[in-house]
Design a protein around this ligand. Structure first.
Ligand code: PDD
Length: 280
């Protein structure tokens, strides 16, 4: 695989960064995941805008190549012949050549890394036909979940807890309400109304979320942006998640309770279809 590191296209074996890089020592990095369908980038502009915001919220310098990111994404898709898959991008505050809690001075340049992940069959994921099972766990992450940082240990733990329970993913709960999934936004459906948590510092402002809510409104579905509890989810007609890597994925079970008929709901299936059609 050919990857990108600070201006160079290299084979993955040759791409090396310092052990003092702050993403390694402090999780002082931000990232984006952009999906690729039919060799085409999905919602690149949204991901670039969110990246810019993450950098600015953390007072991190923009990498010099920021304005070339679209070109770099396209070049990696080309070099690695990606038809369906993802591009991972990470910016860290770089390496000051030692460990220090204080940020380094501005002459330390950020580290920019991109790599591709080929996922043939991403759009035709068989899981979308049967739906996924969710457990709930307490949300123990930090308070700025609107910034897409590389501090992903708790979401990883959540995935492992879900797996241990024979499920696919976890929804995190804070003050009695669902914030979001380990790496996705969470939704329930009641009648013709789609309910998903309002934006704030408590959740990541999903790029897929924004697109799906727009498509839902265009298709005359109702959208309510508000908190909901696990109990409300268990009594809902449908549930689903969204992210760049899952698009729209139906949820059929939450903490052992079947949602609706226990099969993927019509609205979730329809939104997945619309999203994929509009993206391809
Ligand atoms: N995760 N919430 C969290 C906590 C996430 O990590 C993600 C994305 C989302 C959905 O955002 P978007 O629609 O922009 O992908 C919501 C990516 C896919 C990941 O970590 O792999």
């Amino acid at each position: 695989r050919t990857v990108y590191l600070n201006g160079d296209y290299l084979s993955e074996e040759d791409a090396k960064i310092s052990i003092f890089d702050r993403s390694f020592l402090m999780a002082d990095g931000v990232y984006e995941v952009t999906s690729v369908l039919g060799g085409k980038l999905i919602d690149f502009a949204g991901h670039a805008t969110r990246l810019e915001r993450s950098l600015s919220e953390l007072g991190m310098q923009k990498p010099e190549a920021f304005d070339d990111l679209l070109e770099i994404h396209r070049e990696l898709v080309r070099l690695n012949e990606i038809d369906e898959g993802m591009i991972y991008l990470q910016v860290s505050r770089g390496s000051a050549g030692d460990r220090d809690f204080a940020y380094p001075s501005d002459d330390v340049k950020p580290t920019l890394v991109l790599f591709t992940q080929s996922k043939p069959g991403l759009a035709d994921n068989p899981a979308a036909k049967v739906g996924i099972k969710i457990i709930s766990i307490e949300d123990q992450r930090w308070g700025r979940r609107d910034i897409k940082t590389t501090q992903l240990l708790y979401p990883s733990m959540g995935k492992m807890m879900a797996k241990a329970a024979g499920c696919d993913d976890a929804w995190m709960v804070e003050d009695g309400n669902v914030t979001e999934g380990t790496s996705n936004n969470a939704y329930i459906v009641k009648g013709n109304t789609i309910i998903t948590r309002h934006l704030g510092n408590e959740i990541l402002h999903g790029i897929t979320r924004a697109a799906v809510l727009r498509f839902a409104k265009e298709a005359q579905m109702k959208v309510e942006e508000r908190s909901f509890s696990i109990e409300e989810a268990q009594g809902a007609d449908e549930a689903f998640i969204t992210s760049a890597s899952t698009f729209v994925m139906p949820v059929v079970e939450v903490d052992g309770a079947a949602i609706g008929t226990g099969k993927p709901g019509n609205i979730a299936a329809r939104l997945r279809e619309i999203y994929l059609d509009e993206s391809r």
